[in-house]
Write a protein that binds this ligand. Sequence first.
Ligand code: DGT
Ligand code: CA
Ligand code: CA
Ligand code: ZN
Length: 585
Amino acid sequence: MNNAEVAHVFAEVADLLEIKGEDSFRVNSYRRVARTIGDLAADINDLAARGELATLPGVGKGSADKIQQLLETGRLPLRDELLAEVPGSLLQLLRIPSVGPKKVALLWKERGVQSLNDLKGAIATGTLEGLKGFGAKSIEQILRGIEFVERSAGRTRLGDAWEVVTRICAALAGLKGVERAEPAGSFRRGRETIGDIDLLCVAADGEAVIQHFAAWPGVVQVLGAGGTKGSVLVELRPGRTLQIDLRVVPAESFGAAWQYFTGSKEHNIRLRELAQKRGWSLNEYGLTEGDRVIASRTEEDIYAALGLPWIPPELREDRGELELRAVPGDLLTREHIRGDLHMHTVASDGHNTIEEMAAAARKLGYEYICITEHSASSVIANGLKPPQLRQHIEDVRAAARRIGGITVWVGTEVDIRTDGTLDYPDELLAELDFVTASIHAGMGPDLAANTRRTLAAMQNPHVHCIGHPTGRLINERDAMPLDIEAVAKEAARTGTALEINAHPYRLDLKDQHARLARDLGARIAICTDAHATGQLELMHFGVVTARRAWLRRGDVLNTQTAKEVATFVTAKRRDHGRPEIRDKG
Ligand code: DGT
Ligand code: CA
Ligand code: CA
Ligand code: ZN
């Protein structure tokens, strides 16, 4: 089992215990273990082999034994015992954003609800009437939540698919007689969620490759396995499968197949129209005129024959890319990124020290990082009260002097309160090198209120970036309603950056919003929000999202040098005070 799978089992146990009604201390200890393992950079199996499980924060002897047992047997007896008492189908209900274990327990114990379908039935027949916490407003919210769950069902987050796809492609490429193995489809285009995975490979013996593919250890079901095509389900975590299709194609038409199966369908339709205008046809075997093959070996050949530059997969969504005469040479790449401006350490809810984060960032080739702990309102995230922040500033500055080869700044991820004010006074914010302001609580359904709150934060001269602006959690929680246009314009006016939070559960701003924000003049910062050293590598997903937004190097704040970022910070402090103050001056 990998880290994510182990974390999932512990999180599920916590949910089951809470639904059952166990005391919150016990529930939280399982939840803490789940979180620690989920954020871990090292492989849990390695730690277990070295007998170091109990050294992890929040992991005592008892939990260490349970992890060990889970790794050895793939089972946790406590989970099985709980599932004998609490219907497992209740866990579906937890996917509804406004429903937590306490509400699930009420629904189950008071109204006999055991599944999502039961809940829909109970709402339709009015059975929930009189149940505490289920008034008309709350039921409306639950109905919206059910609609959201059904909408996101079956789609897998890009980050969750990443590891399995990378592993399987590497395994295929290593097989004898396999020339290459590549992902296509929405995965290659970097969409935030993936319906199924489409893989292509060139191989001497197609049938042998498909047989290998079907016998891969992660496969839980073989849907089909022939001479040129195989289709399987792999288990991402207990109860969650992902379909992977593998096609073996001839080397001479690999480019045509890769182009076709990368999509998007809309992009392909437009491309086929261009071919048809010339009297040609285009399909997964090639671009042809009658029996004559015009292009098929590489994607570049196909696009060139149609008078187009090779279009990067992230752009293939029929959003104007077929009108491009040339793809911008400075379309953002991971190599352009010089630093990361949003990360946490053990000082709030992170798992590594300042030194460890800095060393990991230096290894990635970064020139600078900024440590941004949570503020006091984020109690569960162990946010810092003002005196603690003052001490923390000293700590980071001292660490920065010890660490060579990278600039280490001290900042904060300050909470934007409901009224738009911030969690720290301006004098304290003024001491920081970079301030990200985020909404973590009270994300209401009111667009005007959410927008006002965000604009107010940007009007503070000490706020340099808005973190995860819409607050969504992909497949878990919808974005809060927000006037992106107004936010982007104010960001441009005040010299405030907007974040693309690179965590694959967030990707917030999303691609289309980031593109709009840039078009309206806003600067974008792409940051990982890392809570552990390994998560600094999530930058990749932020860059993919930025490419889908057509962002270029100059659009992104953290492609700039440390000196230029510092200039961005001082420019805002100088030019964009609170409007009422500036207007008087
Ligand atoms: P997904 O799996 O829902 O996240 O999205 P895709 O884009 O991976 O779609 P999928 O798996 O159904 O098909 C993979 C690619 O194959 C798709 O992006 C384009 C191509 N394709 C599939 N069906 C058609 C079609 O009817 N016409 C054309 N032109 N291309 C198609
Ligand atoms: Ca697909
Ligand atoms: Ca497919
Ligand atoms: Zn954060």
